[in-house]
Design a protein around this ligand. Sequence first.
Ligand SMILES: [Zn+2]
Length: 115
Amino acid sequence: MKPVKVEKISTKELLIVWDTGHESRYAFEDLRDSCPCASCSGESVLLHRYEPPPFDRSAKGRYELVGAAPVGSYALQLRWADGHDAGIYTWEKLWNACPCGEHKKNGAMMAPDRK
Ligand SMILES: [Zn+2]
């Protein structure tokens, strides 16, 4: 599963077209709130669980996407207007987070668009 196209289609949405032809549209808000980096989502270090502070949703630029760059051949790094760019979104994570709702329902990671 790989994207063939990643594009900002508005001031609020990111479009990913997958090699299967499936198209996913992600709201910036959802992407940012599910940022996988350690300072946003927490992490466990030697059994100590770090819980991040709650989001400040009113922070300026928080939901403004300014850049998206591929990381190797497995992920996408998103850069936000508030300077945050630590989030690495793997293709797998993005695929599973597709808002169309079809993927999870079928439980079909590797078989998108199967009707
Ligand atoms: Zn983050």
